[in-house]
Design a protein around this ligand. Structure first.
Ligand code: COI
Length: 318
């Protein structure tokens, strides 16, 4: 059953926005009003969870997530369109990616309908936090993790699926284009590892390189593949595109030869890359209004904002 704002524990009307300076929003934590929680015991499936006031969660020090990193997260956004609707972009795809990660990490998972319903409930229960059209979005974080205590091996006695949300602005502040460092020492993902799923363990092991690059003035890091160290993989928080109409392995030399490069992600949207630095040598790319990245950004945000028709069935209205 579709959730309705009236049935949720919020007194906020659609018209009343939270007291946020929307124009100052970056991509950071902002405490909102409500979150969703569902639990399941080993051997059972997830039942319908509920909306509760946003709060810290209590967890065993011996939980599987804290000791063995058994956890996944998702990221998606709710948008306010210019004609006053609230919409999501392809939430079923996030549900399916969560399910594939749960299989990899030996976790039970919510059905696609449970996932999408949980996301809708969180959005409706935090309506006032969805920025006005064009001034930000509500970033939604579903998390699935082993919350029960486990000292040795499986089974984990309890799993938790929770969803919270924060209003956000752009992830990258460098509007003129990102300046990337190609990471030549640390690797992000490796063959048959967890790089193909959104495991929480994929992120903090490479913060060291992100911190070093940021300290030197770079916007982000571009990782190379672990097997050869020769091919382009991804940025810390987004995919990378080199303007050539092919999906294939991309050696670093091809990247350095490209006319235009950009990255994409839920947080990053579509962001132009102005330069990459590899072994101290900087290579610059095309930036500005005439790039493919600029066209894709405009088209995608036009779909999000309801300015152009969604012909693919990607938009889900609440
Ligand atoms: C997202 O785009 O949702 C991500 O997972 C990246 C995150 C590091 C902000």
């Amino acid at each position: 059953m579709a959730p309705s704002a009236q049935s949720l524990p919020t007194s906020v009307s659609d018209e009343k926005y939270a007291n946020v300076k929307w124009e100052e929003l970056g991509f950071g934590f902002c405490r909102t009003d409500n979150m969703y929680v569902a639990k399941c015991k080993h051997g059972e499936s997830f039942q319908e969870g509920k909306i509760v006031p946003y709060a810290d969660i209590q967890i065993s020090p011996c939980s599987a997530v804290l000791n063995y990193g058994q956890g996944l997260y998702e990221g998606l956004k709710a948008y306010r369109t210019e004609d006053g609707r609230i919409v999501l972009f392809r939430p079923d795809q996030n549900a399916l990616r969560l399910q594939s990660g749960a299989n990899r990490l030996c976790m039970p998972y919510p059905t696609v309908d449970q996932f999408v319903s949980a996301v809708k409930q969180v959005v409706l229960a935090n309506k006032k936090w969805i920025p006005p059209p064009g001034r930000g979005t509500l970033y939604i974080r579903p998390i699935l993790f082993g919350s029960g205590p486990i000292l040795g091996s499986l089974p984990v006695p309890e799993y938790t699926f929770t969803v919270f949300a924060c209003p956000v602005g752009r992830y990258h502040k460098d509007n003129a284009g990102l300046n990337l460092k190609i990471e030549d020492k640390f690797r992000r993902a490796f063959p048959s590892g967890t790089g193909g799923v959104k495991s929480i363990t994929n992120y903090s092991p490479v913060w060291i390189t992100l911190a070093e690059a940021k300290a030197k003035g770079f916007s982000d890091v571009l990782f190379l593949d672990a097997a050869t160290g020769k091919n382009v993989e991804e940025l810390f928080a987004s995919n990378v595109f080199i303007v050539k109409v092919e999906e294939r392995v991309v050696p670093v030399e091809d990247l350095l030869d490209a006319e235009e490069v950009f990255c994409t992600g839920t947080a990053a949207i579509v962001t132009t890359i102005a330069s990459v630095t590899f072994k101290e040598k900087k290579t610059e790319f095309k930036t500005g209004d005439k790039t493919l990245a600029a066209k894709l950004f405009a088209t995608l945000t036009d779909i999000h904002m309801g300015r152009v028709e969604d012909k693919k069935g990607w938009i889900v209205e609440l």
